[in-house]
Design a protein around this ligand. Sequence first.
Ligand SMILES: [Zn+2]
Length: 192
Amino acid sequence: MHNRDSFIVYAREVIPDKTRAELEKEWSLLTKNLRLIIDNSHKIIQQQKYFHILISAAEISASFLGSRKIPLGVLLLLWKDGLLKDICPICGGEAYIIKAAGSILIGNNKWHGYCTECDEKVSGKCVNFLNVWRPAFDLKKRYSNYAIIKRYNLKSENWFDKLKETRRADEVFKERVKESSLDELINYLQSL
Ligand SMILES: [Zn+2]
């Protein structure tokens, strides 16, 4: 992808650092409205700005492969397909997995999620961790939200000239989807 005068940049999503209070607020906004969100899955999946909403807690980690932030649309697609769910340890119903980490070799794992029947945060260990991380990683890759940018190299030879040189403007081949915030989504869903 390199040539003499320019190079290609893939600009991926970045979740800004959040304080503990902000993380707790986000978790409670997500889980208190989880039934509303799931009931409106099709509307969220069809609108890119909602599909690509990033939630700090929504993350699947597999040893050796690292972790992936899972956008809201991918969570909903997985839940729709009956994946990323487990048995609620309180009521025996369905728990929606939001975060999970485990070993792909040994299968050891732990998930954290929510049961909309009990209205409780629940956690557990799933029998087959492969069924959790593989579809999540696959869909995350398929629906990755990134920009493709052509960036020009500076032409000057020495560092002093480089400091003074103005770089030729980037050319954007593909824009990133500008995602909404979770607050905006909830407001939209409540207005329906
Ligand atoms: Zn339950």
